[in-house]
Design a protein around this ligand. Sequence first.
Ligand code: ADP
Length: 620
Amino acid sequence: QLAFPAHAEHRGAVAAARAPRTASDWRVLLSLCIGDWPLLLAALLALTLAATGDALIPQLQSEALNVLLYTEAVAMRPRLLVSLAKLASVGVLTALFTGVRGFLFWLSGARLVKRLRVALFASLLAKPQSFYDTRGTGELGSRLNADCIKLSDVLSLNVNIVLRQIMQSVVGITIVARLNRQLALIVLTGVSVRGALNYAYAAFNKRVAKAQQAALAESAAVADQSLSLVQVVRAHGTQEYEQERYESQLSRLLSLQTTQGALYGVSRVVNGALNTFLLCGVMAYGGALVVAGILPAKMMTSFVFYTEFIGSASFDVADQWRSIQEAMGAASEVFALLRAETTTSRPNATTAFAASTTPEQEVAKSSKRGQLEIDQVRFAYPSRSSEQVLDGLSVSIPAGSSVAVVGSSGGGKSTIFKLVLRFYEPTAGSIRLDGEELETIPETELRRLVAWVPQEPPLFGNVTIAENIAYGLNASMEQIVAAAREANCHKFISALPHGYQTRLGASGASLSGGQKQRVAIARALVRNPSLLLLDEATSALDTESAREIESALRRASIQRTVMFTTHKVDQARKADLILVIANGVVAEQGSHDELRARRGLYFDLLSRENAFEGVPSTQE
Ligand code: ADP
């Protein structure tokens, strides 16, 4: 048995990330982190301990220095020893907690990326088909890779440092305040001014980062397209053109990066200068206090240490906050994708599609018969809503019949299939399968009842032929072989060096068009569907391959309804029912002979193909 494992853990991540549409980015991030709370709690504990240790060290250092500077020679040695022992033990413990903290935050970040990617991937798979009409897979790949990594840095690095430095600053300022209030106030004011400036800078930087990530995604899309169509590029000799296109995208990215780099430089200058002013301010005011005899001179050592300490901690906070804002900006598209609708327009559809299919279905003992009724269906593609593709189309297809769908190219034949498959929802009208409205049939059930073989069917390259046939199904080897026999592909599969265990390479590149087509038909048949939809199944094939497929289809249509679109008269004429699609409706329907006798659209189509003369009536 070929089993497709459904990972409970993955489903957990997916559920966690299915955030409400109004949730802020931070809330979505939090909902993704919350599952890892024990780890995060341990990380926070290590962080608190390390930060406390870090904050104590300047105090201990200045204590040791004061022993050297202000203690009489006799008492110096034992007091220095005590001071150094304290400093050493706090230092070693701090180092230990720093290491533990680093590891735990790093791990949390890595785990977050995994959860985020799984969630994003699941959310992408759950998007309505119309979503993909406007988005390139290259761009989405960039979201899945580069943008998700940015977020892991937020947790493993930035948040870690910010929390640590905030803690250190708080402890530092408390210590300073206990020594002298006025001086503490000066430090606090200096730090606040710098904080405000940096906050504004971070907000601006976030915008630049978001634009940068978009540019990055666009360049990825350009590269993805050129590489996936590399044969076309080569055939047209447009390598240089493609290269220029990619380069111009990268130039846009570079100019944004330059802006960002310049801003960063300026911010470093401002921060450095403010830090120096702060230190000088403390020394000047503290010096005045010392001269006035209000402050003992030895306290100044602590002040200078802590001013430096708080200064650098608050600088780090600002710097990391900038990185956090930057990453959140970069990842905002990821959050938007996670939040966005995962389904089609009708509310009913939401529930059916959101309950994502667990690919563990058993092979069906089909109970339905495959009677299809399309009633006054109107439809326009969401990405091109001005063009009415179907305009009140109605037809009733008896169970067990074979139906040819013909009509001029672009007339909407494939669109009918896509609506029956519920890739899109009709804007009006209804479709019923064996009397049941499509939207009331659960997604998993529908996928079992209706099978589809698209034009140039894609196969998965990274799995075996057997797995390709049993895709998403818990089928036995016997069932797979039976389907392959029915689809006329058992013979050539058996002749391959590894038989059914052959891996196909990228998109099944190692098979011919006709072979791929037949494997795809086997993939459809193994589900034992009530309704089989074939889109131009034989259009690109030579006569021999086409004949193999036709005979497979004849066998397949004994037990179910088979609908196929075709341009070939020879195929259409054998169907029980021929539908001629024109102007978004079924313009004519009937058998070959009926339609031919009618001398209408079907007749025109045949004549236009110049094939009519050679095609005998079914009675001949
Ligand atoms: P046929 O199968 O009869 O050749 P289709 O059903 O593929 O025709 O297409 C019908 C019309 O819908 C065409 O004008 C086509 O350009 C348009 N169309 C098809 N797919 C999409 C899509 N994903 N987004 C927008 N328009 C589409």
